[in-house]
Design a protein around this ligand. Structure first.
Ligand SMILES: Cc1cc2nc3c(=O)[nH]c(=O)nc-3n(C[C@H](O)[C@H](O)[C@H](O)COP(=O)(O)OP(=O)(O)OC[C@H]3O[C@@H](n4cnc5c(N)ncnc54)[C@H](O)[C@@H]3O)c2cc1C
Length: 444
């Protein structure tokens, strides 16, 4: 007799997204978190366009947009002079196919709070002060011992417990890769009186190493090359560099930029997702986004299998997400090494695809391939496809020429021009008619 169907260890952005995906499908799960209170820092603040589409599907897009702001322009300070540069990622107009074209700045603690609220609306909760301890597994399930002393059995255990993942260590996997810098960086949130809040300040030539102050709705996120300074020490450095009085350091932490990942996402009934599986340098804003998208890929598959779908569906999680993590890690490492401020389309994650997946079948239609992200399109009744796709089911789109496109619950094209199969795609509840046959041409 199992105590729960799924145990999620770690309630950061990855664990919370997975919990929402399971809760809205009425899957029985527990979400445990070692911390005794919510994470306080703004750290992973760049939400990419693809993740905004996912947040739309999860029902939190309004709150995310209201809690954040567009990426500001950069102001590079060079002695008495300063240079203004356009925002990282650029500023684009929304189009029908891409309703959220720009990177959005939301402090990570706000993102997590919004996801926790959504989870609560769906009846789920985070068990704080409850750390994963150890595990053993067999064909029937996973026996887990928590640090509280409690033992429980679960059908699947998902390690969403961050870069130092105890779940990863318990299944004998390690993060392979390297540190990208000898230096330990200090990052944190600070309130600074009167400093221009409309730009991202950078002092590349500051004594002691580059300093950056990124404006956030209520404060600045600082980054320094001074390791382990006290709050007063940080305030003094920022005061000296910026010329303004640093009022209050709210939160700070150190990190060493690294590029590492596991070579397997699954050992038996145990899966890894987010930073537990891949650790990124912050350049390009990819870490949190990749974790959320891991969870979004795994959630519907877990639910489908727990409802009687074929177990092999779960193998496609690693098949699809491991190459994505490798590509994204390569990208953020290159951006880190070249110090490039140019982002373009490379980082927005809209073009990430599962074309090589065993779940993708059929022939391409124009530029739209099986495995691609399904773009938004106008439907025959004037509605938006994304509005129709919102929710937990697969969607079948029929173009005016009668071509069928099956869209998976996570918004990727499963097949084009084939007889839809329920086996791997989840239950199809909607059949919608597409107005334009230029669908292939409008995809990103
Ligand atoms: C300076 C900086 C800037 C960044 N900027 C960006 C950005 O702009 N965009 C972006 O996408 N990413 C960014 N990131 C990366 C982002 O912060 C991480 O990728 C993200 O937090 C990963 O989410 P996660 O849920 O996988 O892991 P975490 O956020 O690490 O969450 C893991 C959770 O598991 C809990 N936990 C740990 N051990 C246990 C245990 N044994 N049992 C139970 N719970 C446990 C932890 O307390 C934590 O709450 C940045 C990172 C840094 C350092």
């Amino acid at each position: 007799m199992l105590d729960t169907e799924v145990l999620i260890a770690g309630a950061g952005p990855t664990g919370l997204t997975l919990a929402i995906e399971l809760a809205r499908r009425s899957i029985d799960f527990r979400l445990i978190e070692t911390a005794t209170g919510p994470f306080a820092g703004s750290r992973g603040k760049g939400i990419q366009p693809r993740t905004l589409e996912i947040f739309d599907d999860l029902g939190v897009i309004r709150k995310m947009l209201n809690s954040g702001m567009p990426y500001p322009p950069l102001r590079v300070h060079l002695g008495p002079f300063s240079l203004r540069l356009s925002p990282m990622g650029g500023q684009r107009q929304a189009t029908e196919s891409t309703p959220y074209p720009n990177l959005w700045l939301v402090p990570q603690n706000h993102t997590e709070a919004i996801l926790r609220e959504r989870l609560a609306e769906l009846g789920g909760k985070v068990e704080l002060g409850t750390a994963f301890g150890s595990l053993s597994q067999d064909d029937g399930g996973v026996r887990v011992r928590l640090a509280t002393g409690e033992s429980l059995t679960t059908k699947y255990l998902i390690g969403c417990d961050g870069g130092h993942s105890a779940v990863r260590k318990a299944v004998g996997l390690s993060l392979n890769g390297k540190s990208l810098s000898e230096q330990v960086l200090l990052v944190g949130d600070v309130e600074i009186e009167e400093l221009d809040h409309t730009v991202w300040h950078v002092w590349p030539l500051a004594r002691g190493g580059p300093v950056a102050l990124c404006p956030l709705p209520e404060q600045f996120l600082f980054q320094l090359t001074v390791p382990r300074a006290s709050a007063e020490g940080i305030e003094k450095v920022l005061e000296k560099v910026s010329g303004w009085r640093a009022v209050r350091v709210r939160w700070s932490s150190t990190y060493r930029p690294a590029s590492r990942m596991v070579d397997r996402y699954r050992i038996g009934r145990v899966f890894l997702a987010g930073d537990a599986a891949h650790v990124h340098p912050p350049t390009g804003g990819q870490g949190l986004n990749t974790g959320v998208q891991d969870a979004y890929n795994l959630g519907w598959k877990l639910a489908h299998v727990l409802r009687g779908g074929p177990e092999a569906l779960l193998d496609t999680y690693q098949e699809e997400r491991l190459p994505v993590a490798a590509a994204v890690l390569g990208l953020s490492s290159r951006l880190y090494k070249t110090r490039s401020l140019k982002r373009g389309d490379a980082t927005n994650q809209l073009a990430l695809h599962y074309r090589m997946s065993s779940l993708s079948s059929g022939a391409p239609m124009g530029r739209l391939h099986p495995g691609d992200r399904m773009p938004n399109v106008r439907l025959a009744d004037g509605a938006n496809l994304f509005d129709q796709m919102r929710g937990i089911y697969a969607t079948e789109v029929v173009t005016q020429k009668g071509v069928r496109i099956l869209v998976r619950p996570d918004g990727y094209v499963s097949s084009i021009g084939m007889q839809p199969t329920k086996e791997y795609a989840g239950e199809i509840t909607r059949r919608v008619k597409c107005l334009a046959d230029g669908l292939g041409e409008s995809s990103q």
